[in-house]
Design a protein around this ligand. Sequence first.
Ligand code: SAM
Length: 290
Amino acid sequence: MQQKPPGHGYKSRITDALQERFADEARFIKAWFENPVATGAVSPSGRFLSRAMARYVNVGSDGPVVELGPGTGPVTQALLQRGIDPSRLVLVEYDPAFCRLLERRFPGVRVVQGDAYDLPKTLGGLLESPAAAIVSSLPLLNRPEADRMALLRDAFELLSPSGVFVQFTYGMISPIPRRVSEGVPFTAEASQPVWLNLPPARVWCYRPASAPVARKANVAQQLVRSIKTHTSRVRDEIRETRDKLETEFRLARDRMRIDIAGRRSRVSEETRANEAAEILRKLKDRPGDR
Ligand SMILES: C[S@@+](CC[C@H](N)C(=O)[O-])C[C@H]1O[C@@H](n2cnc3c(N)ncnc32)[C@H](O)[C@@H]1O
């Protein structure tokens, strides 16, 4: 019987995958201990979140796909599985140990060790054409708002007009502030929550918008805000009127009850007085009393 080469059976492939997963978890925890603010998570993103991010990248688009903060590479893996050619991928990672791992794990992919918050310097001259997408797993919320806006501005400089900036967050709101007037014009779209990630996360996709589009978006936002304010004012007025009517109704009802009780007691006094008068009259009318 032919002997199977060791380490190539189904079971051993599963064991290898599990071992790799545990090794990545250990690398991540180590990185987190060394630099918790930059690492931003204690374990790599799960495959559902990684796929949700990769889905925003149009495989048919032209140009490089830049990944910021790839860590141990779960999103890189999802991008490759989606069909992005390795030669199009440029990974920007700060941690040198992660960079070495990424180079070993993803042959043909360019790995750049450097600061993603300084893209002009880190990628200066490296991209031969505008990028189709920039996919970021950076822990943005650990940075001030101004840094995040600057990152988006720099990213848009590198993107093609139809390019997208993709970012995941564990937070409830957009990690890039959506006050259009204060920064670069953009449109934002959020995915459904990815519940099968620990912790659950959401993917945001930002697109550069031309100034008129951004202005229109701003006007629309203001309109929505003013409708919301108006609606809540009307709701408050309805609530106040209802409370007032209820109070008045209760007062009127109480007054009526008191009235009825008073009338009843007056009636019973009168009845009692009449009865007493009748008894007196009967006593007087008795023959013996005359
Ligand atoms: C939350 S982890 C995400 C890792 C991986 N993409 C994932 O989803 O599991 C953030 C990654 O961003 C990297 N990072 C943080 N700050 C960075 C910076 N300024 N420039 C480049 N990479 C950075 C960290 O080293 C880490 O690998």
